[in-house]
Design a protein around this ligand. Structure first.
Ligand SMILES: Cc1cc2nc3c(=O)[nH]c(=O)nc-3n(C[C@H](O)[C@H](O)[C@H](O)COP(=O)(O)O)c2cc1C
Length: 178
């Protein structure tokens, strides 16, 4: 049964890459600042390698999360499927930040805007329309993470199911008290 749970997590993560409405398409990424403060934000799952257990996201090279991950590569992801009442918490480390020009060049111009503001992400502006872009000079980057544990919880009657899978345990898995 543990095998099936891990397989289902992988299946759902792969499905989220294909289906825009999949609940795992968006997840919460937690990073830590140098003084120990936690920052959370929603991001899109851009790639998942079920063999290596690697995850990828796209972001702006000037973003806070990028700077935090450069200082401290520890990250945590929270995936939640409200229909199935499944929560998946992933412990991960950032392993690679790279300019992915091929992917950026292939994006529609409207999407390039998410990574090409002239003003710094998070800086003050007078209003949402006061933003200028230069799509030829994007700050698009691809960040890759290696995961080291998956903690699964499914709320379900009569028995909730909680299990932990770790890289150090060769992803075999162990049930936990919910
Ligand atoms: C639905 C949704 C999806 C988002 N996807 C991304 C994303 O894939 N990459 C990203 O950098 N920011 C994404 N954002 C914006 C982030 O949540 C965040 O506000 C922004 O990246 C700045 O974060 P930071 O200052 O902590 O780096 C998304 C926001 C929402 C609401």
């Amino acid at each position: 049964m543990l095998n099936q749970i891990l397989d289902d997590c992988k299946k759902q993560l792969l499905a989220a890459l294909k289906h825009k409405k999949h609940p795992f398409r968006f997840f919460t990424l937690a990073t830590q600042t140098q003084n120990g403060k936690i920052n959370l934000r929603t991001v899109v799952l851009r790639d998942f390698d079920s063999e290596k257990m690697h995850f990828n996201i796209f972001t702006d090279a000037r973003s806070k999360k990028t700077n935090e991950l450069k200082q401290n590569d520890n990250a945590q992801f929270l995936f939640y499927d409200s229909k199935r009442m499944v929560q998946l918490v992933v412990q991960a480390n950032m392993i690679k930040i790279f300019n992915d020009d091929l992917t950026y060049d292939a994006l529609p111009e409207s999407n390039k805007k998410d990574y090409s503001s002239l003003q710094l992400p998070g800086s003050k502006i007078k209003g949402p329309d006061q933003l200028n872009h230069d799509n030829s000079k994007g700050y698009f980057i691809n960040i890759e993470f290696k995961s080291s544990s998956f903690e699964y919880l499914r709320l379900k009657r009569p028995n909730h199911i909680r299990a932990i899978f770790t890289l150090y345990d060769s992803w075999q898995g162990q049930f936990l008290v919910p």
